[in-house]
Structures are given as C-alpha cells and as structure tokens.
Design a protein around this ligand. Structure first.
Ligand code: NAP
Length: 239
C-alpha cells in the first residue's frame, strides 16, 4: 500500500519526547524515513526513527549538525526543538535570553538554510517550525520565549516568500497548552485544570493532534498553504 510520505526524508528536531516524538511517530506512520535529534548521547526517538545527538545551545555543535543535515537530503524539516524559561522581564538572565534565541530561532534558521539547496534542486520541500501561542499573543514573564517565537513567525513568512516558486512551502504551527510529560511536571494537576477551564474546548491538546496538523502540512495534500502561522489551541487565543 502506498503511504502519503513514502520516499520522503524527514528531519524532526527534538524528537525524543513530547510534541516532537509524536510528530516523528506520525511521519513514520505516513511512510517517511525519519531522523530525530536530541541532546543526549544514546537518546532515542520513536521506534523506526534514526537518532542524532546535537545540543543546539552549543553554537559549534549546532553548526556541525547543520553541515551534516545539508548532506542528508531532507525533504521535510520540522523545527520542533525548543526551550523556555519563564521569568519577570527585569529578572531575565541575558545568558538565558541568548540561549533561548539560539535554540528556538538560530537553530531553525541554520537548519532551514542547510536543507534548502537540496529542496530547491529537487523542486519540493516542506519546512515546518513549531512556534507557540506565545508567538501571536503574550503575557507576563514570557519576554524571552515570546521574543523567540514571534521571531520564527517573521522568519518563516520571509522564507516562504522567497522559496514558494521553487516548490518549498514553509509554515509555523503554534500549539496552545499541550499535555506532555513536561507540562505535567512543570504545571502540576491543579494548574492544568485551571488552565483547561480557560480553553473553549475545555482541555489541553494532545501531541498527536499537533502531529496530525504537521503531517498534513508536510504531505501531498498541502499544495497552496505557505507563509502561515497556524494556531492549534482549542480556541484559546480567540476568546
Ligand atoms: P519537550 O518535551 O521539552 O521536548 C523538547 C525536545 O527538544 C526534546 O527532544 C529535547 O531533547 C530537545 N531539546 C531540548 N533542549 C535542546 C537543545 N538545547 N538543543 C537541541 N534540542 C533540544 O518539548 P515540548 O513541550 O514537546 O515542545 C516542543 C516544541 O513545541 C517546542 O518548540 C515548544 O516551544 C513548543 N510548544 C510546546 C507547548 C507545550 O505545551 N508543550 C506549547 C506550545 C509550543 P532531549 O530529550 O535530548 O533533551
């Protein structure tokens, strides 16, 4: 049976857990060969994926990985790896600010640059960057994170304009509150219930729901959607 992404190579950064893991699993199920990254030696993505170690917070490691990625023949790049540190504006450590930009903005920038020549040469490519609702709205203590997430939206719009005529479509996907292990650990049950009550759908999203959207954007049915920042948040940012 032919599957939607047979013959495609997908690179999913941060594919060891959470949203990235679900995206990698979904792209595998659609028939893609999937390479995932994580920061730890010996880490792993979903069954059937290939694993590469790269800590994007280390500029040399990021550049070396981008050079490797250029040679992989990537058809679908999913810039998912991201970090966050919540702090009052006056207390944001400049080193943390730069690290958040390095992982959340510089890595997607360098990886997109690395894979683009191959995509353009083949006349087909998909670049999907996982932003956040904090790329379209913000709130207190999100100064560093929103700076990064608004940035990838702008970068994606410019990139999409440049490469659309070469068959490369670039979009952001912006999740709201997603039920991951990390979310559970950071927020705890009580805060999660409180937040869920503020979402029109009345619950957190599941990583698989984000993955389904990414798979559609990456797949052959998407022929005309580019340069967008698609919010998947159960309606949260519209109320
Ligand atoms: P997560 O569970 O914390 O997983 C993060 C992934 O990124 C892991 O695979 C991790 O690798 C990798 N990573 C962490 N630091 C890295 C670094 N310095 N260099 C390279 N890779 C690194 O994250 P998540 O919650 O699924 O979030 C995934 C993306 O969605 C992020 O861009 C995040 O901003 C965005 N997002 C998440 C939510 C949410 O509710 N969870 C909502 C909106 C947007 P290791 O496992 O090896 O550490």
């Amino acid at each position: 049976m032919t599957r939607l992404l047979d013959g495609k190579l997908a690179l999913v950064t941060g594919g060891t857990r959470g949203i990235g893991h679900a995206i990698a699993a979904r792209l595998l199920a659609e028939g893609a060969r999937v390479v995932v990254t994580g920061t730890r030696e010996g880490g792993r993505g979903p069954e059937g994926s290939e694993y590469r170690t790269a800590d994007f917070a280390q500029p040399c490691a990021l550049r070396a990985f981008a050079d490797d990625a250029a040679a992989l023949g990537v058809d679908i790049l999913v810039n998912n790896a991201g970090i966050n540190k919540i702090a009052p504006f006056a207390e944001i450590d400049p080193a943390d600010f730069l690290k958040i930009q390095q992982v959340n903005v510089t890595a997607p920038f360098l990886l997109a640059r690395a894979v683009l020549p191959g995509m353009v040469a083949r006349g087909w490519g998909r670049i999907i960057t996982i932003a956040s609702i904090w790329s379209v709205i913000s709130k207190a203590r999100r100064g560093a994170y929103s700076a990064a997430k608004f940035a990838v939206d702008g970068m994606t719009a410019a990139l999409a304009a440049e490469v659309a005529s070469s068959g490369v479509l670039a979009n952001c996907v912006s999740p709201g509150f997603i039920d991951t292990e990390l979310t559970r650990t950071v927020l705890g049950e009580a805060a999660m219930q409180d937040l869920a009550a503020q979402v029109p759908l009345g619950r957190f999203g599941r990583p698989e729901e984000v993955a389904a959207l990414v798979a559609w954007l990456a797949g052959p049915e998407n022929t005309y959607l580019s340069g967008q920042n698609i919010v998947i948040d159960g309606g949260f940012t519209r109320v």
